[in-house]
Design a protein around this ligand. Structure first.
Ligand SMILES: C[S@@+](CC[C@H](N)C(=O)[O-])C[C@H]1O[C@@H](n2cnc3c(N)ncnc32)[C@H](O)[C@@H]1O
Length: 217
């Protein structure tokens, strides 16, 4: 693949736009659903929880989340206007029932008051955080005391084999992510690395290692 094509893939993964962006979001949803479910299951949600997700893509996983407990309220934050629109459309029933709220933000300041959310999660976004420490502090600020934050990402050892990750991406191993977390007041309560089979761009199955780190305020 040419350098421009690899750069275009990286740019779409970071910020889906245009017709290609919708295709990319569908592909991400399919490829990453196991990671997303793992993050959600580690949140241990309970009745009436307010849940925030950063970087939901097309949010095709919302029904799975909503089935975890009764009367949940979901808030989804995105930087991509296309993903914001797509997620609202796919989840229009939850939106009209005021069970789901989608918002655009600048990737830095979370538009919420202190200690607003019971649970927060994010999947496959840490690679694109402009100011990782500051965003973690924002997540800490908007989480309730004893609230849970699940950070899910594919391991650097896997990601660095993909030709497009040399553009736009900052890769993390579990150790690197932990070093970042240690700069904040988050308590680490659990971490798990799993390996799953996913389809590569050329169609063959490859092993992907991914990690969920469970943090508490
Ligand atoms: C690789 S996609 C992952 C989408 C989905 N979470 C998944 O795992 O399939 C990254 C998504 O995060 C969004 N994004 C990038 N930087 C972000 C940030 N700082 N905060 C929130 N979302 C971000 C992008 O717009 C994109 O939709």
């Amino acid at each position: 693949m040419k350098q421009e094509e690899l750069q275009a893939i990286a740019a779409q993964l970071k910020h889906p736009t245009g017709e290609k962006g919708i295709e990319m979001a569908n592909m991400m949803h399919e490829t990453n659903i196991n990671m997303t479910h793992h993050s959600i299951q580690n949140l241990n949600v309970s009745k009436e929880n307010k849940i925030l997700e950063l970087g939901h893509g097309n949010a095709g996983h919302l029904e799975f989340l909503m089935d975890q407990a009764e009367s949940l309220v979901y808030y989804g934050l995105e930087m991509s206007e296309l993903m914001f629109q797509e997620a609202r459309q796919i989840n229009r029933n939850y939106v009209s029932q005021k069970q789901a709220f989608f918002l655009l933000y600048d990737g830095g300041v979370i538009p919420a008051t202190d200690a607003f959310f019971d649970k927060i999660f994010t999947v496959n976004t840490i690679y694109f955080w402009q100011k990782p420490e500051e965003l973690l502090l924002e997540i800490y600020r908007v989480l309730k005391p004893n609230g849970t934050f699940c950070l899910t990402f594919a391991e650097e050892s896997f990601m660095k084999q993909l030709p497009f990750t040399e553009y736009e991406f900052t890769l993390y191993s579990t150790e690197k992510a932990q070093e970042l977390i240690e700069k904040t007041a988050f308590k680490m309560v659990y971490k798990e690395t799993l390996t799953e089979k996913i389809k590569s761009k050329t169609g063959e199955l490859v092993d992907r290692a991914f990690t969920t780190i469970v943090l508490e305020k």
